[in-house]
Design a protein around this ligand. Sequence first.
Ligand code: AMP
Length: 124
Amino acid sequence: MPIDARLPYDEANIFAKILRGEIPCKKVYEDDFALAFHDIAPKAPIHVLVVPKGPYVSWDDFSANAPDALIAGFIRAVGTVARQFDLVEPGYRLLANIGHDGGQEVPHLHVHLFGGAPLGPMLA
Ligand code: AMP
């Protein structure tokens, strides 16, 4: 079920549990601002999720309320992960789903990073 991106942050969401180390993930990158791990149901040869280390429901919440240093650090982390997978030359795709029409399921901001093959049309 897609979430309502206006809801308050839910500390029990699955990515909050991953950030707290309560459930495992296949980590690919971590710094002070972000954690990146493989999506559990990959939709491309490379499908990584990058999440900021802070209690933000969605891109809307994050862009409005996160401190500048976290926004900068998170954006840089996304780029670092793409370079870590050597995706700059072949190219890749970033996606953030927000709220109901965006199809957002997990109420903690995450950017999907897809790559490893031509990704086809922007929307199915
Ligand atoms: P979204 O629809 O943008 O909220 O996407 C949520 C994504 O999280 C989906 O692609 C799921 O496959 C992925 N996902 C859900 N639970 C986990 C988990 N425990 N570890 C890794 N990825 C997950």
